[in-house]
Design a protein around this ligand. Structure first.
Ligand SMILES: CC(C)CCOP(=O)(O)OP(=O)(O)O
Ligand SMILES: [Mg+2]
Ligand SMILES: [Mg+2]
Ligand SMILES: [Mg+2]
Length: 146
C-alpha cells in the first residue's frame, strides 16, 4: 500500500478593496485565523460566478455596511502565507457611495473594527499581502492628471 502524500490545499482567491477617502484607506484588524491581529483591507473569498467587482461590492457591504462606487481593478499578488495557506489576491479600489456613511463592524468575530488611516501613517502590523505591496511602494490612489 503506498501512502498518499499529504495534500497541500489549493490556492485561495481573495478580493481586497482599497476603499479610499481623501488620502485615507479603510483598514480593520483581522480576528480570523488567517492574518489574525494584522490590519487588512475589507474583502474576502471570490465566490462561484462572481466578477471581481461583484465580489468587492458584496464583501465590503457584508463586512462594513458601506456601499461603494467607482470600483476598479488595480493589481494582483501571489502570496504563500504559510505552509498551508497560498492566496492569490485581487486588489480593487473604490470610494464610499455616501461619504457621510460610517463603517460598521458587521462581523465582530472576524474583524476588531474598521478605521480610516492616512496612507503615509498606516497601522502595524499589516496583513502579509498588503505589507508586501506597501513595502514595494505601491500607490493605490488615482493619479490626478497634472
Ligand atoms: C485572506 C484570504 C484567506 C482571502 C479571504 O479573505 P477573508 O478571510 O477576509 O475571507 P471572507 O471575508 O470571505 O471571510
Ligand atoms: Mg468577508
Ligand atoms: Mg466571504
Ligand atoms: Mg474578509
Amino acid at each position: 500500500v503506498t501512502a498518499t502524500p499529504p495534500s497541500t490545499p489549493l490556492p485561495k482567491v481573495g478580493v481586497a478593496v482599497f476603499l479610499l477617502s481623501g488620502s485615507k484607506v479603510l483598514l480593520g484588524k483581522r480576528l480570523s485565523a488567517i492574518g489574525h491581529s494584522t490590519f487588512a483591507l475589507p474583502g474576502g473569498h471570490l465566490e462561484f460566478g462572481e466578477s471581481f467587482e461583484e465580489c468587492a461590492t458584496r464583501e465590503v457591504k457584508e463586512e462594513t455596511g458601506l456601499d461603494i462606487d467607482k470600483t476598479e481593478y488595480l493589481t494582483v499578488t501571489n502570496n504563500v502565507i504559510s505552509e498551508k495557506v497560498h492566496v492569490v489576491s485581487i486588489f480593487m479600489r473604490a470610494v464610499p457611495a455616501d461619504p457621510s456613511q460610517n463603517p460598521q463592524t458587521l462581523e465582530p468575530e472576524k474583524c476588531d473594527g474598521w478605521d480610516w488611516y492616512e496612507w503615509n501613517n498606516l497601522p502595524k502590523p499589516l496583513f502579509g499581502p498588503l505589507q508586501d505591496m506597501v513595502q514595494s511602494g505601491y500607490n493605490p490612489f488615482p493619479t490626478t492628471a497634472s
